[in-house]
Design a protein around this ligand. Structure first.
Ligand code: CO
Length: 220
């Protein structure tokens, strides 16, 4: 069991099933990758990028971390973004979080999680930014869902504000930045009304998207 042989068995079956459908699939892909999408998502095991959107290897460049954060100074995320935008020239950057995100839930709590605390501070910041609205939500599940949505919108805006994306837009490279949320209850993705294609759209889209997070909950 030390070598996890069941996973190697799975892998052989998977590779041959792909070859059955498309005999030159791996040969073609081994030449180069040319993905149209960059996915920035949560590490949660229930939110696998390719499967959710039905894409094959080669279709989507992926970065995942706890609670899908895009933090200035995070060399890991910034390197993926830079490579995706400047080398692979992805057409779309998708920030995709999910309801029931453990990172977001932990950021709402008070208990210490060691090394994770510093990371979760970024979500606590999102909470403070929107505190005035979020404090009006009495039901914990509603607060949690709203913060999951707001966190994604904030991170998508962070993508827009990176020098990488700003420079790309300045040289008229076409990149759309999207904010999506996934439901682990039914497997369905939802667009959060944030699709930004130019620097001028960032603030209005952000205002619109964050407004609609609160509106759909306060008008119920
Ligand atoms: Co999560």
């Amino acid at each position: 069991m030390r070598v996890l042989s069941h996973l190697f068995e799975n892998n052989k079956r998977w590779a041959s099933s792909i070859r059955e459908k498309d005999p030159t699939f791996f040969e073609r892909l081994s030449g180069q990758q040319n993905p149209e999408y960059l996915w920035i998502g949560c590490s949660d095991s229930r939110v696998p990028a390719n499967q959710i959107v039905g894409l094959l290897p080669g279709d989507i460049f992926v970065h995942r971390n706890v609670a899908n954060l895009v933090v200035n100074g995070d060399h890991n995320c910034q390197s993926v973004l830079q490579y995706g935008v400047e080398v692979l020239k992805v057409r779309h950057v998708i920030v995709c979080g999910h309801y029931g995100c453990g990172g977001v839930l932990a950021a709402l709590g008070q208990s210490s999680l060691g090394d994770l605390d510093a990371w979760l501070l970024h979500i606590k910041e999102v909470h403070s930014t929107h505190r005035r609205h979020l404090d009006g939500l009495q039901i914990p599940a509603e607060l949690h869902d709203a913060l999951c949505e707001l966190n994604i919108i904030e991170q998508a805006r962070n993508v827009c504000e990176t020098r990488i994306v700003q420079n790309a837009w300045a040289r008229e490279q076409i990149i759309d930045v999207h904010a999506w949320i996934y439901s682990i209850r039914d497997g369905i993705l939802k667009d959060l009304n944030f699709t930004v294609t130019s620097p001028a759209e960032v603030q209005p889209m952000y205002a619109n998207a964050t407004d609609s997070v609160m509106k759909k909950r306060t008008h119920r």
